[in-house]
Design a protein around this ligand. Structure first.
Ligand code: NCD
Ligand code: ZN
Ligand code: ZN
Length: 343
C-alpha cells in the first residue's frame, strides 16, 4: 500500500502544557489529531471547573481548529461538589495521577488513600464520567520505593478495588506498558479500557537504563518506564489485535532539553511530531495496516461516547528525516529517517 486514508484520529492522552510551550507544541498535534484528551497536570493542577475552562480558552486562543477534551485532576482537594460542577461545565473526564509517580503529581492522592475519595468516585459513576488514571504504585506499604519495572503491576490491586466498588464507572488505564496490566484489562469488565503509546511498543528498558538501573537514555525516560521484551511485545500485539478495549493515547509529554539533563531527568517523551508515521510503520511491519483506523480513530471515541471526527487524514509511504528538536524540546527519534509521512 502506498498510502492510507483514514478517519481523522483521536489522541486519547496528551500533554500540551501552557504558555510558550503550548504555543510550540500544539501545532504538531492539531495538524494530525483534530481532537485529544488534554491532561491537566500543570504545575498548578487543573482541578476545578474554573481552571479547566481557563485552560481550555488558552488552548483555543492558540488554535481554534483543535478540539480539546478537557479533564479535571483528582487532587487532595477534590470533593463531589467540585466534580459535579466540572460535569455541569461539560467536563467528562477525571484524571488521576498518584502522588509522586510522574511529572507534576505532587497534589495527587496516593493509591492507598484513594478509598478516602470514594464519594468522588460515586459521583463520577452516577454522572457517567470517565476516570482516566496513571496506574503505578511508587511506594510499598512501608513507604519505600518500588522498583520502576514493577510499579504498574503493583497498582493492579488498587485498580481492582475501584472496579469492584464502582461497577458502572468507566475507567481508562493510561499507557498500559506491561504484559500483566494488559492481561488484567483484557479480562476486566467492559467498563475498563486502556490507552497504548507508540513508544512502549518500540522501546526496551535496556534502551533507557543500564544493568545497575542507572539512566543512560534520559531522552527516552518516561513514566511508566519502558519495560522488557515480553511487555513491549504485549503492547505491540495488543495494539494490532483489533481489541476495542485498547486505543491510542500518545502520552506525548514535552520537556525542555535542560530539564531532561537533570538527575533524575524530567519524565516524558515528546512524540507528537512523529507518532502517526510511527504507528503506520508498526502496523505496516506487522501486516496490520487495515486495523490502524480502529485503533487511532474509532475505539477511543466509542469508549468515550463521542462521535467520530469529521474529515480524514492521509499518510503516505515517503521517507523523511525527523528534526532533532523544536524550540529547545527534543523530538522522539530526532535525526532518524521514517518511512511514512502525514500529508
Ligand atoms: C507525563 C508528563 O510529562 O506530564 N510524563 C510521562 O513520563 N509520561 C506525565 C504522565 O503521563 O505520567
Ligand atoms: Zn501518566
Ligand atoms: Zn501522560
Amino acid at each position: 500500500m502506498k498510502e492510507i486514508k483514514i478517519s481523522a484520529p483521536f489522541d486519547m492522552h496528551l500533554h500540551l502544557r501552557e504558555g510558550q510551550m503550548l504555543i510550540n507544541v500544539l501545532p504538531y498535534t492539531s495538524a494530525v489529531f483534530p481532537r485529544g484528551v488534554v491532561m491537566g497536570n500543570l504545575p498548578i493542577p487543573v482541578d476545578t471547573a474554573e481552571k479547566a475552562i481557563k485552560y481550555k480558552s488558552e488552548i483555543l486562543a492558540d488554535d481554534v481548529t483543535f478540539n480539546p477534551i478537557m479533564t479535571i485532576m483528582l487532587t487532595r482537594n477534590t470533593t463531589p461538589a467540585i466534580i459535579r460542577e466540572a460535569y455541569n461545565h461539560g467536563i467528562k473526564v477525571i484524571k488521576y495521577i498518584p502522588e509522586g509517580v510522574s511529572t507534576n503529581s505532587e497534589y495527587g492522592v496516593p493509591l492507598n488513600k484513594l478509598h478516602e475519595f470514594y464519594e468522588v468516585m460515586e459521583t463520577a459513576e452516577e454522572l457517567g464520567m470517565i476516570l482516566s488514571g496513571h496506574w503505578e504504585a511508587p511506594f510499598n506499604i512501608n513507604g519505600n520505593p518500588i522498583e520502576e519495572l514493577c510499579r504498574e503491576e503493583e497498582a493492579i490491586p488498587f485498580l481492582a478495588a475501584i472496579i469492584n466498588c464502582f461497577p458502572k464507572l468507566k475507567i481508562v488505564v493510561e499507557h498500559a506498558s506491561t504484559y500483566g496490566m494488559i492481561e488484567y484489562v483484557k479480562n476486566a469488565p467492559n467498563t475498563v479500557a486502556a490507552t497504548l503509546t507508540a513508544h512502549h511498543a518500540l522501546l526496551d528498558y535496556s534502551d533507557v537504563c543500564d544493568k545497575t538501573g542507572k539512566i543512560i537514555g534520559s531522552d527516552l525516560y518516561c513514566k511508566p518506564i519502558a519495560k522488557k521484551a515480553i511487555d513491549r511485545s504485549a503492547v505491540l500485539q495488543t495494539m494490532i489485535s483489533g481489541n476495542p478495549k485498547f486505543f491510542f493515547g500518545s502520552d506525548s509529554a514535552p520537556h525542555y532539553a535542560e530539564n531532561k539533563k537533570r538527575t533524575p531527568p524530567a519524565a516524558g517523551i515528546f512524540t507528537a511530531p512523529v507518532v502517526m508515521p510511527l504507528l503506520c510503520e508498526i502496523f505496516d511491519n506487522n501486516n496490520a495496516l487495515s486495523k490502524i483506523e480502529n485503533f487511532t480513530s474509532r475505539f477511543g471515541p466509542k469508549f468515550y461516547g463521542l462521535p467520530l471526527n469529521e474529515g480524514k487524514i492521509t499518510v503516505r509511504r515517503e521517507k523523511w528525516t525527523v528534526p532533532y528538536e523544536t524550540n529547545g524540546i527534543k523530538i522522539f527519534l530526532g535525526r532518524r529517517e521514517l518511512n511514512w509521512k502525514v500529508v
